[in-house]
Ligand binder design. Sequence first.
Ligand code: ADP
Ligand code: MG
Length: 251
Amino acid sequence: MSLLTLDNVTIRFGGLTAVDTVNLEVKQGEILALIGPNGAGKSTVFNLITSIYQPTEGKISLDGKALTGIPTHKIADMGITRTFQTIRLFPELSVLDNVKIGAHCRGKAGLLQAFTRLPSMKREEAEMEENAIKALEFLDLDAKKEDMAKNLSYGEQRRLEIARALVSKPKILLLDEPAAGMNPQEKVVLMEMIRRIRDTGITIFLVEHDMKLVMGISERIAVLDYGKLIAEGTPLEVRSNKAVIEAYLGS
Ligand code: ADP
Ligand code: MG
């Protein structure tokens, strides 16, 4: 069953077609990886799904509901959250507050109210705090909840970003190069956590360059090259696909 559907999606930036007539389905409960060379359009696909960009042509839908015209700040309400290719944390805030900010992107209470503690917001805030702590437990960061984000190791900071994306209980989680810059040990931990998240029923769509990680956790892989989808299949199928080897894996 398709959860997220890209239907003939194209985006042009001036003369550049960054994403070119892409048709792709992300199935409920799967781990799907999007791979391809630098500049292939992978992050742009995520920016399209999260309404940072609107497609020049085509349609994106979640659970059959079109995302066209939905503003970025409403995308989490629809059940889509993401992490970014580069870390975007508040370094001087605590680990817990960094996660709560993720919840406030979705909750009724704004960020300001979260920190000024209006009485009417107390219950909602308590609930958010509980969710934030659960998200941190899930990423094995609960013991560090009072630490400043900047004092975490690099691998922990990347996991903190995932915790923040999880707190609003998405249907689908988009991870843009989650293993970038991690050492082999951190990558093993990350893989285990991505699996754990998926096992709770959250669908995972990730962009990643580390082929060991991609081949190890994905059920399906889609390959983008110059904005076009050139292959789609199981890790085994994609690894032996001639066009993929030429465009990406061979290098
Ligand atoms: P990837 O994530 O696969 O490395 P990107 O999606 O970041 O690639 O970029 C795909 C192409 O689109 C690149 O050539 C990039 O320069 C271009 N691009 C992305 N965003 C914009 C933008 N806002 N304006 C102009 N060009 C862009
Ligand atoms: Mg990218």
